[in-house]
Design a protein around this ligand. Structure first.
Ligand SMILES: *[C@@H]1O[C@H](CO)[C@@H](O)[C@H](O)[C@H]1NC(C)=O
Ligand SMILES: *[C@@H]1O[C@H](CO)[C@@H](O)[C@H](O)[C@H]1NC(C)=O
Ligand SMILES: *[C@@H]1O[C@H](CO)[C@@H](O)[C@H](O)[C@H]1NC(C)=O
Ligand SMILES: *[C@@H]1O[C@H](CO)[C@@H](O)[C@H](O)[C@H]1NC(C)=O
Ligand SMILES: *[C@@H]1O[C@H](CO)[C@@H](O)[C@H](O)[C@H]1NC(C)=O
Length: 350
């Protein structure tokens, strides 16, 4: 009887394992704090929002979903992803350089560079395959950038194969509306792939997914990634002399495009509040640095004063004060319209 039960248990658990191994990849992150299956690299931190760079110069940050993507075995290769990000420039300096959504055969980017390489590329195009969707806020003419506010599709190189100024098609107005990527406000991004079509759309948080994509480009994922069973998805961001903090607030992904978890904006409230605190801290840090240098100057001055006081037993300070009083009197006598004698006689006659 007991062995019977055991047999059933073993068979059913084996069945479960085989089911889960066939499962396609589908996930949603509404908060990034202490989450399973996240691989964080360089400056990336899970502060509630996922912070890729924190507002320092020459930073890179990356984060990946730790498990390789499992595509459906039936039908053409496909996936959809939707995320909400915020690019926040630091007070008083130019914002940059941008963030990317990454597809890569490796999670380790030891040689990826900051600045215009966005933490995803370097000067060399050899190495493992990388596909990036960039939200780029600096214009690099040597990479063929059209402006300092664009979206691009990059294959193994920061020179985009598809590029467009950041905008969305407004169904309401029937025209394109531009978006300022560096507004610091949450921006929605969609990446949809099926067969050989790779689409990218963006929109402000309050606006639904546009009916027309911003970019639609022919891409064959199996050509770019010969071993499609080893494909990771994630994000990268970088700064240089231009500095922004780069955040991801929400992220969903599915290899079955119909079952992509939907964004419920009301669930974004908590994370948006956390973001506001982080942005405030970012700005305070700048002011605090200013205050700190003032404080340093004052401390140094007091220390020098004290040194002088101790070394001369206070005499030089007295001399200084006396000298100060004398020079004040000197100024007084210069500005006074009459001499001491005139003043005394004036007082006597009154
Ligand atoms: C960067 O360059 C090296 C070769 O110098 C290469 O092996 C590596 O894969 C490149 N790409 C990235 C993203 O690190
Ligand atoms: C990409 O956009 C085109 C043009 O709107 C559309 O016909 C196609 O279905 C889209 N493909 C995907 C995978 O979203
Ligand atoms: C709107 O943007 C799309 C995508 O960049 C572009 O193909 C189209 O020509 C634009 N339409 C207008 C009217 O500018
Ligand atoms: C995509 O590339 C793979 C590998 O090169 C090839 O076998 C396949 O036919 C291509 N798919 C399409 C639709 O061109
Ligand atoms: C493809 O990737 C899988 C998963 O990482 C690995 O087990 C397999 O050996 C790879 N195949 C080739 C030909 O590299």
């Amino acid at each position: 009887m007991a062995s019977w039960l055991l047999q059933i248990l073993v068979i059913s658990s084996l069945h479960l394992i085989s089911l889960s191994s066939q499962q396609e990849t589908r996930f949603v992150y509404e908060n990034f704090r202490d989450q399973d299956n996240l691989y964080l690299d360089d400056s990336a931190k899970d502060l509630g929002p996922l912070r890729l760079t924190g507002g320092a110069t020459y930073e890179t940050g990356r984060a990946f979903y730790k498990k390789p993507i499992q595509f459906s075995s039936s039908g053409p290769l496909s996936f959809s992803t939707h995320f909400v990000c915020a690019l926040v420039p630091r007070t008083g300096i130019e914002g940059g350089h941008g963030l990317t959504f990454l597809l890569s055969s490796s999670m380790d980017f030891p040689n990826a560079r900051e600045t215009r390489y966005l933490g995803a590329f370097n000067e060399s195009t050899s190495g493992f395959p990388v596909l990036a969707v960039e939200l780029d806020t600096i214009r690099n003419q040597e990479f063929g950038d059209i402006d300092n506010n664009h979206v691009g599709i990059d294959v193994n190189s920061p020179i985009s194969v598809g590029i467009a100024s950041a905008s969305y098609y407004s169904d309401l107005k029937g025209k394109n509306e531009s978006i300022n990527l560096l507004s610091g406000k949450p921006i929605q991004v969609w990446v949809d792939y099926e067969g050989t079509v790779f689409n990218v759309s963006i929109s402000p948080l309050q606006v639904q997914k546009p009916s027309r994509p911003l970019l639609s480009h022919p891409i064959n994922l199996s050509e770019i990634f010969p071993n499609i069973s080893q494909l990771f998805v994630g994000f990268s961001a970088a700064t240089g002399n231009a500095v922004s903090a780069h955040y991801i607030l929400w992220w969903s992904f599915s290899t079955n495009r119909e079952s992509l978890p939907r964004l419920d904006i009301s669930r974004l409230l908590d994370i948006s509040e956390l973001l506001e605190v982080l942005i405030l801290q970012l700005h305070i840090r700048v002011y605090r640095r200013g205050l700190l240098s003032w404080l340093c100057v004052w401390v140094l001055w007091c220390w020098l004063f004290l040194q002088e006081f101790i070394s001369t037993g206070g005499r030089s300070i007295q001399k200084c004060l006396k000298h100060g009083r004398r020079s004040l009197m000197h100024i007084g006598s210069l500005t006074s319209p009459c001499t001491k004698q005139q003043r005394v006689s004036a007082r006597m006659s009154s």
